[in-house]
Design a protein around this ligand. Sequence first.
Ligand SMILES: [Mn+2]
Length: 267
Amino acid sequence: MQSHNVYAIGDVHGFAKNLKELLKLLPQNAELVFLGDAINRGPDSLECLRIIYDLGKRATYVLGNHDLHFLAVAAGVRPLAKKDTLSGILEAKDADKIISWLRKQSLAVFKANTLFIHAGVHPSWTIEETLQYANEVHSAIQSKEWKANLAGIFGNTPAWSESLTGFDRLRAIVNVLTRSRFLYSDGSAEIKSSCAPYEAPADLIPWFDFPGRKTANSRIVCGHWSTCGLTIRHNLITLDSGCCWGRELTAVRIPQLRVWQVSGKKD
Ligand SMILES: [Mn+2]
């Protein structure tokens, strides 16, 4: 039986030239999954989103923290930060079309027997729960109240608990799916460190190494953690290889593993 391959692409962060170079290397009918944060930091956020939008049904996009920040800025509920390079999208003629397309994207996707997320999953979540929780946020962003909902999903607390409701719940889900890196041994998130796993203090555990993680037997592909870089393990691929820091932009074929890279940044 022929395997159904999909091609996952890590955090592009506004580097359209590098994205175009990478896409040229892949089969022209390839089914693509972007792991979020295609925008911000780099010079061509608008072009990156247009390229992905124009791929139509060939491309699936999973929302990252920079995407949610951008949507909140577009909704007028969050200010642009000094380092943001997002104003080009906001000023574009097709801004409304791009914003409404971005609002339709999910925070977790399951295909090719693989879970795709931007950052991480909570150790207590199953695949089904992860998809269900992601869908709760998706519905809030799709709703008529999307602007007010986006205003409520930013902040470092509370930690995830199944009993949470309202914005506390959405915020906890967003933080797990789009910002996860390290956990303490009690399972609570450490939110300050963005160093590589091997550089971290001994009391910090990468989310994917947390003992008893319920998704440990499922294949997960994520981005977000640029200092972690390209990691390929049984059932885990981390794909943000630091394009925006002058390292690489990476695509991985799944499940028949193969890796493509182009060098990052340049302008
Ligand atoms: Mn990110």
